[in-house]
Design a protein around this ligand. Structure first.
Ligand SMILES: Nc1ncnc2c1ncn2[C@@H]1O[C@H](COP(=O)(O)OP(=O)(O)OP(=O)(O)O)[C@@H](O)[C@H]1O
Length: 488
């Protein structure tokens, strides 16, 4: 079928049997069974291990778990919203369950409390309410805590380590391992900031490049590092006596086990610790593999979980536009943009090449455009997102690489210049949800426009419609009146 005729066929089909296709695909979807959607209204980047960005095409961006995590940290300004209840599973269900509503209730050292308030924290976050009393309890309790990125885990264990460290003892007492150099530095910054008024508590970084003399003993009470270097410091250089570590923190367990060699190194470090050492493990996700690892590292754990908030398409109007080729998509995009009052828009392309092409053309048309793609460093990506967030550019063109990284409340339009597909070329519903889920946040109305340029992409739209059971309406961007009446 030629492009003209398939577009016509779609028109005819829509005009005559408006719901039939919708119904059929719905049935197919039911047969396929439910899919595992991990919603996140906060725009967190979620591991996409199983996906390669979809559908072939050469230069699509791949996403690295540790990079995602770092990007989240770099662009996050505050706690993410989560209205779900925290689930607590106590090791000893008969012991009373403590939770705190204020930092004062934790009876912290005044200098530490000052550091917490100095960071602008007024009250504990949802996960901190339960995790902090458990981490600070006497006798020490082991903990496995899972909640999405941005809910306050790092701040919680930083506070626990600062509270636990005894400045009178000049040896390493708290050991924290993190999957990468950059992530370790980020944690270190939190500890330094929070411990600003506790000058006697010192921090050492066990990361590559930080060369130490063999045989001397570390004087610092807190050590943060990556598994390889920490292992060297414990075994080869003997800078740390693992038996004197009384608090062990394993951060980002999901990222850790996804990184080659880190799982085994973490277990080797763990084996050297004393049986009485308090074990704390944190993870943003909790697949079976993470859980199995957690159980190995944390005996007799208390477990705290905060489920993600489900993302919803309820407040989002979804459309598709029939186009012939990329130039046509571009014209449709310009029509759309010219006729609507749009605060800010995010446009998703499948490949870097397409994103670069679109950015160049939009810029030529006089739009202020930001481009985000995989060849940039994480810091560059964070800077682009920051500029966009501050309204320096009104349009952000991007590939899958940050489909979940941007948390910009003023985005009212998301355009799928290329539709999200999985490696088999089928609709990638999860990515679709995350892309357009960033409009219409917190009860605001948002619009999503999908560019459809062949029969296959029309099939994808149908698959998405059925999956979410939400209508995606055809939009004619050359008909201003129709467009205004639909998008209002
Ligand atoms: N009690 C609090 N009150 C206000 N802000 C907080 C509080 N706890 C943490 N924050 C802030 O919220 C943001 C997220 O916190 P934090 O980094 O601890 O979360 P996280 O769950 O470890 O996420 P990630 O793994 O992505 O770092 C940070 O900007 C942090 O400064």
């Amino acid at each position: 079928m030629s492009e003209e005729s398939w577009a016509l066929a779609v028109d005819v089909q829509e005009a005559t049997t408006p719901c039939s296709q919708f119904e059929i695909t719905k049935k197919v979807d039911r047969l396929r069974g439910p899919r595992n959607l991990k919603g996140d209204i906060n725009g967190n980047i979620i591991p996409e291990k199983s996906r390669g960005g979809g559908g072939g095409g050469g230069d699509e961006d791949k996403i690295d778990l540790a990079e995602q995590s770092l990007l989240n940290k770099l662009i996050r300004r505050s706690l993410v919203r989560n209205r779900n209840q925290v689930e607590v599973l106590q090791r000893d269900p008969t012991s009373p369950l403590y939770s705190v509503k204020t930092f004062e209730e934790l009876r912290l050292k005044p200098e530490l409390l000052k550091g917490v308030y100095n960071m602008g924290f007024n009250r504990p976050s949802r996960i901190q309410e339960n995790a902090l009393p458990m981490m600070l309890a006497q006798p020490p309790q082991n903990l496995i805590a899972q909640s999405q990125s941005g809910t306050g885990k790092t701040a919680a264990f930083s506070l626990a380590m600062l509270s636990h460290a005894n400045p009178a003892n000049k040896w390493a007492q708290c050991l924290c391992i993190s999957p990468t150099y950059e992530l370790a530095l980020q944690i270190g910054q939190v500890i330094e900031q929070m411990g600003k008024f506790c000058p006697d508590v010192k921090l050492a970084y066990a990361i590559r490049g930080n060369r130490m003399e063999r045989g001397i003993k570390l004087q610092e009470q807190i050590v943060i590092g990556t598994p390889g270097t920490v292992l060297d410091w414990c075994t080869k250089y003997k800078l740390i006596d693992p038996k004197k570590i009384t608090m062990f923190v394993l951060d980002e367990a999901d990222v850790m086990i996804a990184t080659q060699g880190h799982r085994d190194q973490s277990i080797r470090i763990h084996r050297q610790l004393s049986k009485d050492c308090q074990m704390l493990l944190f993870s943003a996700t909790f697949e079976d593999s993470v859980w199995r690892f957690a159980e190995q590292v944390v005996p007799d754990p208390n477990i705290i979980r905060l489920k993600r908030e489900e993302e919803t398409l309820d407040t989002i109007k979804q459309f598709y536009v029939l186009c012939k080729e990329k130039e046509d998509k571009f014209t449709a995009l310009c029509n759309l943009y010219g006729s609507l009052t749009i605060a800010q828009a995010v446009i998703f392309c499948h490949t870097r090449k397409m994103a670069a092409w679109l950015t160049a053309h939009l810029t030529k048309e006089g739009h202020q455009v930001a481009l985000l793609s995989g060849e940039m460093t994480v810091e560059q990506r964070a800077a682009v997102i920051e500029r966009f967030r501050n309204g320096k550019e009104k349009v952000l063109v991007t590939t899958n690489v940050c489909s979940r990284g941007i948390d910009v409340e003023q985005v009212s339009l998301v355009v799928n210049f290329d539709l999200p597909v999985d490696m088999d070329g089928n609709a990638d519903n999860e990515t679709y949800l995350h892309r357009i889920g960033r409009t219409g946040r917190f009860g605001r109305r948002g619009f999503a426009v999908n560019m459809v340029d062949n029969k296959h992409s029309m099939d994808i739209i149908n698959q998405i419609e059925m999956h979410f059971n939400r209508r995606i309406t055809k939009l004619d961007t050359s008909n201003l009146e129709e467009m205004e009446s639909l998008i209002s």
